[in-house]
Design a binder for this molecule. Structure first.
Ligand SMILES: [Zn+2]
Ligand SMILES: [Zn+2]
Length: 333
């Protein structure tokens, strides 16, 4: 998620007339005389105002988080996921008022209706190492503060690695979550992401995720839910391709739909049960088109925001546009 490419600025056409420039967004315009449309750049994709839940992608914040909403529009996204800092570095930052204002204005002018941040990969709230856990908690709290400053809907966070003992790790992870949420109150929901189960990571089974959430006090429960990533669940051994109903029945019995706050729609380059996290384009992995078709037409998942984290390719937009078009087509049946 690092390559960056600015939107290609189309050259102004020489014949553009020196007329009053239509500054307002096209959506607000009434049926315009044909001539005014000439100078408008052909927008590759316009977010489709549909009755689907927000559907989108992880988008780059290179150059500032305020640039993310336009990048979402460019691929036809109505949901966005962003990093609010460089995710593989410990260096923290706070959101300045100016940045928040610019971001909120850009969001309001965009088609995005749901935005979540994804937290840093370095955070390990389950670590038995006191220094690393303290550092992780400080970093996690900074993530929450940035979400609050930007008014984001959710923060998606991976459970940590227990390293020594699983039960102790779950307890440490839950305690750190509780402390952080209490230290940074606010409306942003915390969504714990189900993992593929690599190494000693917590939260690759529905039961274990439910056990982690059960440790949170009732007062915090409604602020916390889960994010289900279809590539991770494939790695963890949940067979959405051949046992779609069975997987969701198990989800309903353990975690429950009320706690499902977001779906990450990724195919999996790693096989079922491999405990590996390798994302692939929709339909080009071990989850397969049929399962995504089911997801996009499943009434139980209809209202859940959906975000892709599939390989972007060279130009950062073509694949995402194609994936979102494909998922929308699935939703239409
Ligand atoms: Zn993730
Ligand atoms: Zn994910």
């Amino acid at each position: 998620m690092s390559a960056r490419k600015k939107k290609a600025k189309p050259k102004a056409k020489p014949k553009a007339k020196p007329k009053a420039k239509p500054k307002a967004k096209p959506k607000a315009s009434r049926p315009a005389p044909r001539a005014t449309a000439v100078s408008r750049e052909p927008k590759p994709v316009i977010p489709v105002p549909d009755d689907l839940a927000p559907l989108g992608a992880h988008v780059s914040t290179a150059g500032g988080v305020a640039l993310a909403p336009a990048r979402g529009d460019d691929i036809g996204a109505t949901a966005l996921q962003v990093f609010t800092k460089t995710p593989n570095q410990w260096k923290e930052r706070e959101i300045e008022a100016e940045e928040a204002t610019a971001y909120r204005a850009a969001l309001a002018a965009s088609g995005a209706r749901f935005v979540n941040a994804h937290d840093s990969y370095l955070i390990n709230l389950a670590s038995p190492d006191d220094a690393l856990r303290a550092r992780s908690r400080a970093s996690f709290e900074a993530e929450l503060r940035r979400c609050r400053a930007l008014g984001l809907d959710a923060l998606v966070s991976h459970p940590g690695n227990f390293i020594d003992d699983r039960a102790s790790g779950i307890a440490r992870n839950a305690d750190a979550i509780i402390e952080a949420l209490e230290a940074v109150p606010g409306p942003t929901r915390l969504l714990m992401e189900l993992t593929a189960g690599q190494g000693t990571v917590i939260g690759s089974t529905f039961e274990e995720m439910a056990a982690l959430l059960a440790r949170l006090p009732v007062a915090l429960q409604e602020r916390v839910g889960v994010c289900l990533d279809t590539a991770h669940t494939c790695g963890a051994g949940y067979d959405l391709a051949r046992d779609y109903d069975g997987v969701w029945a198990r989800f309903a019995d353990t975690i429950g739909y009320a706690r499902l706050g977001e779906l990450h729609l990724n195919d999996s380059a790693a096989p079922l049960g491999s405990r590996k996290d390798r994302h692939a384009l929709i339909g080009e992995g071990h989850v397969g088109d049929a399962a995504f078709r089911r997801i996009m037409t499943d009434p139980r998942l209809r209202s859940i925001p959906k975000v892709i984290e599939t390989p972007k390719g060279e130009d950062m937009v073509t694949n995402d546009r194609r994936m979102l078009r494909k998922l929308r087509a699935f939703a239409r049946g």
